[in-house]
Design a protein around this ligand. Sequence first.
Ligand code: PGA
Length: 243
Amino acid sequence: MKQVIAGNWKMNGAPDGVAGYATALRGAAAHTLLIVCPPFPLLPAFAAALAGSGVAVGAQDCHASAAGAHTGDVSAVLLKQIGALYVILGHSERRADHGESNAVVNGKVRAALAAGLVPIVCVGETEQQRDAGEAEDVVRTQLTHSLPAEFTGLVAYEPVWAIGTGRTPSEADVTAMHAAIRAALVAQFPATGATTPILYGGSVKPGNAAALLGLPEVGGALVGGASLNAADFLAIAANAPSV
Ligand code: PGA
């Protein structure tokens, strides 16, 4: 399976940056699957600019309902209609800023699947939880409760303390966590758990991408800050192992 390199633009970007970025990605021979996840208002422009390129577009959140009285929210159904194929769900910034529990994330994952979107479900421990030796238990609990029985898609392991900090876990810690996630997925989803891609996220840069992406059970990267620059994003993808 090709590695997946997904860019999470968070609340960054502007309309005048779409064309140049899309052109850069279009021109790159990618041995990976590239996914760009810009803020909602930029999704239609990206979907148009990347149509037919093989580069996919994803959103950063969706609501658990298909429509209705939910001011300020966006449904998975509408995201699918405007050209998104993927949706990041349960990112730690949403869990923290918007109080999203595992149960809330679970509802969103179900809505995404019902709408035909592929969810990228984020899990990861805080620094305090890692220091207390609870990291794997925390992540296992997030998987158990955030993923519905019908789950298919991707999982992203993002230690909260590594996001936007320039710090990354040791290779041994990433390897151990990805093995724990794989075991949990196989136990929870006997039919699909062995092949669910598990991305690593948290301060992935061109300089550390080769080491991180080469670790066992790392199926790609969820990239925040470094995805805003097309050259950096592509340099990360270029460092992914070929399969
Ligand atoms: P970062 O963010 O690459 O800026 O650390 C990753 C993420 O939050 O998805």
